[in-house]
Write a protein that binds this ligand. Structure first.
Ligand code: HSE
Length: 293
Protein backbone atom coordinates (compact mmCIF):
# COMPACT_ATOMS: atom_id res chain seq x y z
CA UNK A 1 0.00 0.00 0.00
CA UNK A 2 1.09 3.56 -0.62
CA UNK A 3 0.79 6.55 1.68
CA UNK A 4 -1.49 6.12 4.71
CA UNK A 5 -4.85 7.81 4.27
CA UNK A 6 -6.99 9.41 6.93
CA UNK A 7 -10.45 7.87 7.17
CA UNK A 8 -13.36 9.53 8.96
CA UNK A 9 -16.12 7.07 9.88
CA UNK A 10 -19.53 8.24 11.16
CA UNK A 11 -22.41 5.92 12.11
CA UNK A 12 -26.08 6.23 11.22
CA UNK A 13 -28.38 7.09 14.11
CA UNK A 14 -31.95 6.57 15.18
CA UNK A 15 -33.43 9.49 17.10
CA UNK A 16 -36.34 9.86 19.53
CA UNK A 17 -36.59 6.12 20.44
CA UNK A 18 -40.33 6.85 20.75
CA UNK A 19 -40.86 9.33 23.62
CA UNK A 20 -37.41 10.98 23.64
CA UNK A 21 -38.32 13.65 21.09
CA UNK A 22 -35.30 15.75 20.05
CA UNK A 23 -33.39 14.28 22.99
CA UNK A 24 -32.67 10.52 22.82
CA UNK A 25 -30.77 8.64 20.13
CA UNK A 26 -28.61 5.62 19.41
CA UNK A 27 -25.79 4.99 16.97
CA UNK A 28 -26.24 2.09 14.56
CA UNK A 29 -23.97 -0.24 12.58
CA UNK A 30 -24.37 1.50 9.20
CA UNK A 31 -21.80 4.08 8.16
CA UNK A 32 -20.64 7.05 6.13
CA UNK A 33 -16.89 6.94 5.50
CA UNK A 34 -14.83 9.78 4.16
CA UNK A 35 -11.30 9.10 2.93
CA UNK A 36 -9.06 12.15 2.73
CA UNK A 37 -6.93 12.14 -0.43
CA UNK A 38 -4.31 14.51 -1.79
CA UNK A 39 -4.26 18.32 -1.92
CA UNK A 40 -5.80 19.86 -5.06
CA UNK A 41 -6.48 23.30 -6.56
CA UNK A 42 -10.22 22.88 -5.89
CA UNK A 43 -12.24 20.61 -3.61
CA UNK A 44 -13.23 17.34 -5.26
CA UNK A 45 -15.76 14.99 -3.65
CA UNK A 46 -15.85 11.57 -5.29
CA UNK A 47 -18.96 9.52 -4.55
CA UNK A 48 -21.57 7.21 -6.05
CA UNK A 49 -24.49 8.79 -4.20
CA UNK A 50 -26.30 10.17 -7.24
CA UNK A 51 -26.30 13.27 -9.41
CA UNK A 52 -28.09 15.42 -6.79
CA UNK A 53 -25.12 15.37 -4.42
CA UNK A 54 -22.49 18.00 -5.36
CA UNK A 55 -18.95 16.89 -6.13
CA UNK A 56 -17.28 20.24 -5.35
CA UNK A 57 -17.20 22.71 -2.47
CA UNK A 58 -21.00 22.95 -2.63
CA UNK A 59 -21.10 19.48 -1.09
CA UNK A 60 -22.59 19.71 2.42
CA UNK A 61 -19.57 18.01 4.00
CA UNK A 62 -17.14 20.54 2.49
CA UNK A 63 -19.45 23.49 3.23
CA UNK A 64 -19.63 22.38 6.86
CA UNK A 65 -15.83 21.99 7.04
CA UNK A 66 -15.27 25.45 5.54
CA UNK A 67 -17.86 26.94 7.88
CA UNK A 68 -15.67 25.85 10.78
CA UNK A 69 -12.28 26.53 9.15
CA UNK A 70 -12.62 28.84 6.10
CA UNK A 71 -8.93 28.66 5.16
CA UNK A 72 -8.62 24.91 4.71
CA UNK A 73 -6.56 23.89 1.70
CA UNK A 74 -8.69 22.06 -0.89
CA UNK A 75 -8.32 18.27 -1.02
CA UNK A 76 -9.74 15.41 -2.97
CA UNK A 77 -11.98 13.27 -0.73
CA UNK A 78 -13.94 10.09 -1.33
CA UNK A 79 -17.32 9.59 0.39
CA UNK A 80 -19.04 6.25 0.72
CA UNK A 81 -22.31 5.88 2.54
CA UNK A 82 -24.80 3.10 3.11
CA UNK A 83 -27.16 5.51 4.91
CA UNK A 84 -30.22 6.35 2.78
CA UNK A 85 -31.07 10.07 2.48
CA UNK A 86 -34.11 11.65 4.14
CA UNK A 87 -35.28 8.41 5.76
CA UNK A 88 -34.88 9.10 9.49
CA UNK A 89 -31.47 7.44 9.87
CA UNK A 90 -29.43 10.59 10.45
CA UNK A 91 -27.85 10.99 7.01
CA UNK A 92 -27.66 14.82 7.25
CA UNK A 93 -26.11 14.51 10.70
CA UNK A 94 -23.43 12.17 9.37
CA UNK A 95 -22.58 14.78 6.71
CA UNK A 96 -22.36 17.54 9.35
CA UNK A 97 -20.23 15.40 11.67
CA UNK A 98 -17.95 14.29 8.81
CA UNK A 99 -17.50 17.93 7.74
CA UNK A 100 -16.60 19.11 11.25
CA UNK A 101 -14.23 16.15 11.69
CA UNK A 102 -12.61 16.93 8.33
CA UNK A 103 -11.97 20.54 9.36
CA UNK A 104 -10.75 19.41 12.77
CA UNK A 105 -8.28 17.01 11.13
CA UNK A 106 -6.98 19.13 8.22
CA UNK A 107 -6.96 22.36 10.24
CA UNK A 108 -5.37 20.64 13.27
CA UNK A 109 -7.99 22.36 15.45
CA UNK A 110 -7.79 19.88 18.33
CA UNK A 111 -11.53 20.00 19.04
CA UNK A 112 -12.70 17.25 21.42
CA UNK A 113 -15.89 15.21 21.06
CA UNK A 114 -18.02 17.23 23.50
CA UNK A 115 -17.26 20.46 21.68
CA UNK A 116 -17.98 18.72 18.37
CA UNK A 117 -21.41 17.76 19.73
CA UNK A 118 -22.02 21.42 20.61
CA UNK A 119 -20.98 22.66 17.15
CA UNK A 120 -22.88 19.93 15.30
CA UNK A 121 -26.05 20.65 17.30
CA UNK A 122 -25.83 24.36 16.48
CA UNK A 123 -25.86 23.37 12.80
CA UNK A 124 -28.52 20.64 13.03
CA UNK A 125 -30.83 22.39 15.52
CA UNK A 126 -31.29 19.37 17.82
CA UNK A 127 -28.78 16.94 19.32
CA UNK A 128 -30.60 13.60 19.06
CA UNK A 129 -28.79 12.42 15.91
CA UNK A 130 -25.47 14.29 16.02
CA UNK A 131 -24.72 13.40 19.66
CA UNK A 132 -24.86 9.59 19.21
CA UNK A 133 -23.18 9.93 15.78
CA UNK A 134 -20.19 11.51 17.55
CA UNK A 135 -20.25 9.74 20.93
CA UNK A 136 -21.68 6.33 19.90
CA UNK A 137 -24.06 4.02 21.80
CA UNK A 138 -27.06 5.62 23.54
CA UNK A 139 -27.15 9.36 24.26
CA UNK A 140 -29.63 11.47 26.22
CA UNK A 141 -29.13 15.13 25.34
CA UNK A 142 -30.71 18.52 25.78
CA UNK A 143 -30.12 21.80 23.96
CA UNK A 144 -31.23 24.78 26.05
CA UNK A 145 -30.24 28.44 25.69
CA UNK A 146 -27.69 27.50 23.06
CA UNK A 147 -25.90 24.97 25.27
CA UNK A 148 -25.88 21.20 24.74
CA UNK A 149 -25.64 18.69 27.57
CA UNK A 150 -25.18 15.15 26.28
CA UNK A 151 -24.82 12.04 28.42
CA UNK A 152 -23.69 8.76 26.88
CA UNK A 153 -24.93 5.51 28.38
CA UNK A 154 -24.81 1.82 27.63
CA UNK A 155 -27.78 0.59 25.59
CA UNK A 156 -28.68 -3.07 26.32
CA UNK A 157 -27.52 -5.58 23.72
CA UNK A 158 -30.63 -5.65 21.55
CA UNK A 159 -31.04 -6.12 17.80
CA UNK A 160 -32.76 -3.66 15.52
CA UNK A 161 -34.62 -4.23 12.29
CA UNK A 162 -35.10 -1.08 10.21
CA UNK A 163 -37.99 -0.93 7.77
CA UNK A 164 -36.88 1.66 5.21
CA UNK A 165 -39.73 2.76 2.94
CA UNK A 166 -39.04 3.54 -0.70
CA UNK A 167 -39.96 7.22 -0.33
CA UNK A 168 -38.12 10.17 1.21
CA UNK A 169 -39.57 12.37 3.96
CA UNK A 170 -37.79 15.62 4.79
CA UNK A 171 -37.48 16.30 8.52
CA UNK A 172 -38.91 19.79 7.90
CA UNK A 173 -42.05 18.32 6.29
CA UNK A 174 -42.42 15.78 9.07
CA UNK A 175 -42.09 18.56 11.68
CA UNK A 176 -44.84 20.56 9.98
CA UNK A 177 -47.27 17.81 10.98
CA UNK A 178 -46.55 18.39 14.69
CA UNK A 179 -48.95 20.29 16.96
CA UNK A 180 -47.92 23.82 17.92
CA UNK A 181 -48.90 23.28 21.52
CA UNK A 182 -49.34 20.49 24.01
CA UNK A 183 -51.61 20.82 27.04
CA UNK A 184 -49.70 20.97 30.34
CA UNK A 185 -51.03 17.63 31.61
CA UNK A 186 -50.14 15.92 28.32
CA UNK A 187 -46.65 17.46 28.42
CA UNK A 188 -46.17 16.11 31.94
CA UNK A 189 -47.12 12.59 30.83
CA UNK A 190 -44.98 12.84 27.68
CA UNK A 191 -41.94 13.91 29.72
CA UNK A 192 -42.49 11.26 32.40
CA UNK A 193 -42.61 8.47 29.81
CA UNK A 194 -39.28 9.67 28.41
CA UNK A 195 -37.73 9.85 31.89
CA UNK A 196 -38.85 6.33 32.76
CA UNK A 197 -37.51 5.07 29.42
CA UNK A 198 -34.05 6.55 30.10
CA UNK A 199 -33.97 4.89 33.53
CA UNK A 200 -35.07 1.55 32.03
CA UNK A 201 -32.38 1.73 29.36
CA UNK A 202 -29.62 2.60 31.81
CA UNK A 203 -30.64 -0.16 34.23
CA UNK A 204 -31.17 -2.71 31.44
CA UNK A 205 -34.82 -3.21 32.40
CA UNK A 206 -35.94 -4.92 29.17
CA UNK A 207 -39.49 -5.60 30.38
CA UNK A 208 -40.14 -1.85 30.68
CA UNK A 209 -38.16 -0.62 27.67
CA UNK A 210 -40.59 -2.03 25.09
CA UNK A 211 -43.88 -0.57 26.39
CA UNK A 212 -42.24 2.79 27.14
CA UNK A 213 -40.74 3.05 23.64
CA UNK A 214 -44.28 2.65 22.32
CA UNK A 215 -45.82 5.21 24.68
CA UNK A 216 -44.71 8.43 22.98
CA UNK A 217 -47.09 11.39 23.40
CA UNK A 218 -45.12 14.02 21.49
CA UNK A 219 -45.00 13.18 17.82
CA UNK A 220 -45.89 9.73 16.45
CA UNK A 221 -49.67 10.17 16.44
CA UNK A 222 -49.42 13.48 14.58
CA UNK A 223 -47.14 11.94 11.97
CA UNK A 224 -49.20 8.82 11.26
CA UNK A 225 -50.66 10.20 8.06
CA UNK A 226 -47.11 10.57 6.68
CA UNK A 227 -46.03 7.13 7.91
CA UNK A 228 -49.09 4.83 7.83
CA UNK A 229 -46.85 1.71 7.92
CA UNK A 230 -45.96 2.53 11.57
CA UNK A 231 -49.27 1.18 12.89
CA UNK A 232 -49.16 -1.88 10.63
CA UNK A 233 -45.62 -2.76 11.75
CA UNK A 234 -46.35 -2.11 15.43
CA UNK A 235 -49.37 -4.42 15.33
CA UNK A 236 -47.29 -7.06 13.56
CA UNK A 237 -44.55 -6.59 16.15
CA UNK A 238 -47.02 -7.42 18.90
CA UNK A 239 -48.13 -10.55 17.05
CA UNK A 240 -44.59 -11.77 16.35
CA UNK A 241 -43.25 -10.84 19.81
CA UNK A 242 -41.00 -7.86 19.02
CA UNK A 243 -39.85 -5.83 22.02
CA UNK A 244 -40.88 -2.46 20.53
CA UNK A 245 -41.65 -0.63 17.31
CA UNK A 246 -41.15 3.13 16.91
CA UNK A 247 -40.72 5.84 14.28
CA UNK A 248 -36.99 6.41 13.70
CA UNK A 249 -36.34 10.14 13.99
CA UNK A 250 -38.75 12.08 11.81
CA UNK A 251 -39.36 8.95 9.69
CA UNK A 252 -40.27 7.43 7.37
CA UNK A 253 -38.07 4.54 8.63
CA UNK A 254 -39.66 2.46 11.35
CA UNK A 255 -37.40 0.66 13.81
CA UNK A 256 -38.34 -2.69 15.27
CA UNK A 257 -36.45 -3.88 18.33
CA UNK A 258 -36.63 -7.63 17.84
CA UNK A 259 -34.76 -10.80 18.64
CA UNK A 260 -32.81 -12.11 15.65
CA UNK A 261 -34.64 -15.45 15.82
CA UNK A 262 -37.91 -13.65 14.95
CA UNK A 263 -36.62 -11.46 12.12
CA UNK A 264 -37.28 -13.83 9.20
CA UNK A 265 -40.92 -14.36 10.27
CA UNK A 266 -41.43 -10.63 10.80
CA UNK A 267 -40.13 -9.77 7.32
CA UNK A 268 -42.22 -12.48 5.66
CA UNK A 269 -45.39 -11.29 7.38
CA UNK A 270 -44.70 -7.63 6.62
CA UNK A 271 -44.21 -8.39 2.95
CA UNK A 272 -47.42 -10.41 2.92
CA UNK A 273 -49.15 -7.26 4.23
CA UNK A 274 -47.97 -5.41 1.12
CA UNK A 275 -45.07 -3.42 2.59
CA UNK A 276 -42.62 -2.83 -0.26
CA UNK A 277 -39.72 -1.05 1.49
CA UNK A 278 -36.49 -2.79 2.41
CA UNK A 279 -35.32 -4.24 5.71
CA UNK A 280 -31.87 -3.84 7.31
CA UNK A 281 -30.68 -5.65 10.42
CA UNK A 282 -28.62 -3.36 12.62
CA UNK A 283 -26.82 -3.42 15.94
CA UNK A 284 -26.03 -0.63 18.37
CA UNK A 285 -22.68 0.95 17.45
CA UNK A 286 -20.62 1.74 20.55
CA UNK A 287 -17.85 4.10 19.38
CA UNK A 288 -19.38 6.88 17.32
CA UNK A 289 -17.12 9.07 15.20
CA UNK A 290 -13.71 7.52 14.52
CA UNK A 291 -10.87 9.33 12.72
CA UNK A 292 -8.08 6.89 11.84
CA UNK A 293 -4.80 7.84 10.27
N1 HSE B 1 -36.15 14.63 16.58
C1 HSE B 1 -36.33 14.95 15.19
C2 HSE B 1 -37.77 14.87 14.81
C3 HSE B 1 -35.63 13.97 14.30
O1 HSE B 1 -38.41 13.91 15.22
O2 HSE B 1 -38.25 15.74 14.09
C4 HSE B 1 -34.18 14.07 14.36
O3 HSE B 1 -33.71 14.85 13.32
Amino acid sequence: MGKKMTVIKVPATSANLGPGFDSLGIALSMYLTLTVGSKCDEWVVEHDLGADIPTDEENMIIKTALGLAPNLEPHKVRVESKIPLARGLGSSSTAIVAGLALANHLGKLGIGKDELVQKATELEGHPDNVAPAILGDFVAATYVNGHVTSVKGNFPKLSFLAYIPDYELATSQSREALPEQLAFKDAVIAGSVGNALVASILTGNLAEIGPLMEADRYHEQARLKLVPHLEILRKLGHEVGALATYLSGAGPTVMVVIDQSKVADFIKEAQALGLTGRFEQLEVERQGLVVSE
